[in-house]
Ligand binder design. Structure first.
Ligand code: HEM
Length: 195
């Protein structure tokens, strides 16, 4: 984005632009892990998702986020990821301290949630690819299934909320830094699982 385009962009567009490099690096690293080579390989990806979504569990009980997004609780995907792992007869990863600092101010909470919600967009592609392993919304790839309203619409409801919050430029930077930290943290989980 040019400087003028950045000024004209919505907050969610600015956030996307600011985290493009860390997102691309993560996508590439995951796909290099050949997660559709076998169910065992896909289970590694599920463990990455489990660790990430376990890290952000506290977000779904955050009252400020809840006031902003009426369906916040329904956006949780940890239970579906746990069921996907159980479908593949995989144990859950061992307990570990959360990578998310607590308590999290609203701008930072938005940054972490952005990464979780956005991953549903790439998730729709992964969902289609998971079919080749015989996985679907009822077995093994439950957490990647699109929301019944459609992934795009569900995403737009989230970005509309994100764009509507009043934030100072410092707070917006806090949100960007948190999203970047979230991407890096997921990347760390990938390195651990695919080492
Ligand atoms: C857990 C891992 C992942 C996370 C956390 C993640 C995160 C995100 C985020 C935050 C967005 C929203 C970007 C926006 O603001 O529009 C997004 C979109 C997207 N992601 Fe990823 N992603 C992940 C894995 C992947 C993988 C493995 C792929 C496949 C190569 C992928 C491909 C995409 C695509 C195609 C989009 C849609 C871009 C668009 O419609 O503009 N993602 N992802």
């Amino acid at each position: 984005m040019t400087d003028t385009a950045i000024l004209d962009a919505t907050r969610s567009q600015r956030l996307k632009a600011a985290t493009r490099d860390s997102h691309n690096a993560l996508d590439k690293r995951i796909m290099a892990g050949d997660i559709f080579a076998s169910r065992a390989q896909f289970a590694r990806f599920l463990r990455v998702q489990y660790r990430f979504h376990r890290d952000i569990e506290a977000l779904y009980a955050n009252p400020e986020l809840d006031a902003l997004l009426p369906d916040l609780d329904e956006r949780r995907r940890l239970p579906q990821i746990a069921r996907d792992l159980a479908d593949l007869e995989q144990a859950l990863p061992a307990p570990a301290a959360s990578a998310v600092p607590a308590p999290l101010p609203l701008p930072a909470a938005l940054g972490w949630l952005y990464v979780a919600e956005g991953s549903n967009l790439g998730g729709t592609i992964l969902f289609k690819m998971a079919a080749r392993l015989g996985l679907d919304a009822g077995f093994g790839a439950r957490h990647l299934a699109a929301h019944p309203d459609g992934a795009a619409r569900h995403w737009r409801e989230f970005t509309a909320a994100l764009d509507s919050v009043a934030l100072t430029s410092e707070q917006e930077q806090q949100m960007i830094d948190a999203a970047d930290a979230a991407f890096r943290s997921v990347h760390g989980h990938v390195e651990l699982e695919f080492a």
